[in-house]
Design a protein around this ligand. Sequence first.
Ligand SMILES: Cc1cc2nc3c(=O)[nH]c(=O)nc-3n(C[C@H](O)[C@H](O)[C@H](O)COP(=O)(O)O)c2cc1C
Length: 268
Amino acid sequence: MSEDQKPKGAIGRFLALPPDSVPKTIFIAVSVCLVASMIVSAAAVALRPTQAVNALKDKQINILQVAGIYDPNKDVLESFAAFEPQILELATGEFTDQFDVATFDDRDAADDPATSVALDDDPAGIGRQGKFVTVYLLRDDAGEIDKVILPLHGYGLWSTLYGFIALEENGNDIFGLQFYEHAETPGLGAEVDNPRWKALWNGKKLADENGELQISVTKAVPAAGADYHIDALAGATLTTVGVHNLVNFWMGETGYQPFLDNLKAGGI
Ligand SMILES: Cc1cc2nc3c(=O)[nH]c(=O)nc-3n(C[C@H](O)[C@H](O)[C@H](O)COP(=O)(O)O)c2cc1C
């Protein structure tokens, strides 16, 4: 090759390399990775609003289901309008209007030191507890409370389970419980989603006649009796313990007890 035919500059020398040379192979591999990661990032950013809308819709469907009024043939938003959402201050058991219920985010509030407390005694394994939560009231035609839907969450074996419990107007009888988000193992801990297991909650009671919290999710029926007992999940003792702990935590003194006392006393 004469001096005139030799490629000029770094780019020229690079282009003149054979296609299977190491620099060209690395260049192509890096270029493909860069383009692919840009496409994935762009898709993730573009789809974020749609994902948020779908996640909200899924949560609303779960609230409708746990309250027993989900109709798949009806528009979710239209059905959801049946609920009266309220922000509850856990410590007082009373509703507050210091936040806008339309924009209040329970999880953000539970992360924010201004609106949450770090838990020393933390049987539900949540670290911090929000001082305020969004609850949903379902009223009958006369405007009286028919059901209250309360959010709860806590750690299972692999993940935090997020769900809702629906209580009858007496604040003690359980209408239903279901989780809308968790990462327990399909066939084991994820059997919390099994309709047959969920159906076991219907008609159970939280507290006995003396107001003592008795609800249990265990293998054996406790001394308090079957009215307060939900059978453990087969082969998933650790998720079961998590569910038992989180339900007892949220239904207890640092959870909804002040609100349930107010509800029972007719103060809501
Ligand atoms: C791959 C794998 C996934 C598991 N997932 C769960 C689970 O989601 N929830 C759970 O409680 N146990 C799960 N287990 C089982 C626990 O390790 C443990 O054996 C079980 O909770 C004991 O339940 P048992 O006393 O009812 O048999 C899993 C085990 C394996 C090997």
